[in-house]
Design a protein around this ligand. Structure first.
Ligand code: IMP
Length: 433
């Protein structure tokens, strides 16, 4: 009997998912993306080579893994064509190993224009989206005016759906945002070109997924973004537009009863790109030290998709406790532990206070969260670089103490610790450690 493992980021994304998925992928025969789109950026460093995957599951770097872009993903075909080509140019085996669901929604040019113009029009209230058209595409899906790959593959139906969409959106683009109307014929030609290029990959993925389950294959569900960006449970409205935690069944066709285990991913501290409340943010020397240290260690605190500088701060234990419970994690993988080696003491937020009172739960209201004062617990630091540690035993006692503190917060066992950007800098903790 195979195992279906769901991997979920427990913070605001960028928890180092690419690296952990890469470490796990060789044990899983099938790797599936189920939500989000090209807003994601999963990085893997292999020697001198860096791979950043946006739509293609990270499992593609393992030639034995079958990689599926599930029905819950919103796919920009231009981005996918480019990503596939770039991978092939670098010798990655894609043609035999990638399948794209015919139920996945297509990100159209008007989605990208609406996303960028819409967010810009919010001025200081903007969400700071990645501008990849994600929100408008999911909005179309919910309002039943979206275009799926099954329709893109059907030339006549695609033309009709495109015409209808532009009839609705061109006046909005012009009147609300002063944008030029988009040309149906030009988009039709461009997108039919992508359709031809992607045709070999497009399939009904439901039977493929169900066959894998029946055959007892090990399946890895590759979450994108992070739980605090979940449209349902995150810091709404400063979130992405998909179900980061609960989307794994809806976005793949795998029944809820067939998800065997959930592993959460968390950074040893917190970071966030885009706007929105971030109670433990350190927009000061501490934040600068985090950013400088990660660069000294060969990493970067800049978004893998947009290149924007990430906001950095201490670990938010209240948020972590909340998302770990929502996701039901039994194990966690902790990344960038090495960076905290730059501090003599490290802080973890264990409660929020508003108007002198402790909040009983993670607030729904983003304004309340923005005003929340973090209550910190200060832990002894380890004050050295742990980048060379290859086993749990080699971590300083203070670092292990910090990880145990994360276990108390999440109610989950630390199973992996990443201590640097290299593929090899991942410690897997054995069952008896
Ligand atoms: P959208 O997903 O482009 O609509 O952006 C909504 C919010 O989610 C913005 O704050 C983005 O910066 C953030 N976001 C989206 N995808 C990612 C990701 O993969 N990592 C980190 N933040 C992300």
């Amino acid at each position: 009997m195979g195992e279906t493992l769901l991997l979920v980021g427990l913070q605001w994304g960028d928890e180092g998912k690419g690296k952990i998925i890469d470490a796990l992928a060789e044990r899983y025969e099938v790797v599936i993306r189920f939500q989000g789109g090209a807003n994601a950026g999963h990085s893997v460093q292999i020697g001198d080579e860096k791979f950043v995957l946006h739509l293609v599951p990270t499992g593609i770097l393992h030639p034995e893994a079958l990689c599926i872009i599930g029905n819950g993903v919103v796919v920009d075909p231009a981005a996918l064509v480019e990503e596939v080509r770039a991978l092939q140019e670098r010798g990655v085996k894609v043609a035999e190993n990638l399948v794209l669901s015919d139920r996945a929604h297509v990100v159209m040019p008007y989605h990208k224009v609406l996303d960028r113009a819409g967010d810009a029009s919010l001025g200081r209230h903007k969400i700071g989206t990645t501008g990849r058209g994600i929100g408008p595409c999911y909005a179309d899906k919910a309002s039943r005016s979206g275009i799926r790959f099954a329709e893109l593959m059907d030339a006549d139906l695609f033309r009709a759906r495109l015409r209808a969409a532009l009839q609705a959106y061109n006046p909005v683009l012009h009147a609300a945002y002063g944008e030029q109307p988009l040309d149906a014929d030009a988009i039709y030609e461009e997108y039919r070109g992508y359709a031809k290029e992607l045709e070999p990959y497009v399939a009904d993925t439901i039977p493929i997924v169900h066959r894998a389950l029946e055959e007892g294959k090990n399946i890895l569900l590759e979450g994108a973004q992070g739980s605090l960006l979940d449209v349902e449970f995150g810091t709404y409205p400063f979130v992405t537009s998909s179900d980061v935690i609960g989307g794994a069944t809806a976005g793949t066709g795998i029944p809820p009863t067939r998800i065997d285990r959930v592993m959460g991913l968390a950074k040893a501290y917190c970071s966030r790109v885009g706007a929105g409340p971030f109670p433990t943010e350190q927009d000061n020397e501490i934040g600068k030290t985090i950013r400088r240290t990660i660069e000294e260690h060969g990493g970067r605190e800049y978004g893998a998709t947009t290149g924007r500088a990430r906001r950095c701060g201490w670990l938010d234990g209240v948020a972590l406790r909340y998302t770990a419970r929502l996701a039901g994690v039994k194990g966690i993988a902790v990344s960038v532990l090495d960076v905290l080696g730059a501090f003599d003491t490290v802080k973890v937020c264990t409660a929020y206070r508003v108007d002198g009172k402790e909040l009983a739960s993670f607030p729904a209201n983003a304004r309340v969260l923005a005003e929340a004062e973090p209550v910190y617990e200060e832990l002894e630091g380890w004050g050295c670089d742990v980048g060379g540690a290859t086993g749990w035993d080699e971590l300083p006692p203070q670092a292990r103490g910090y990880l145990r503190f994360m276990e108390e917060l999440t109610g989950a066992r630390v199973e992996f610790v990443s201590v640097g950007p290299e593929r090899t800098q991942v410690i897997e903790r054995t069952a008896d450690e």
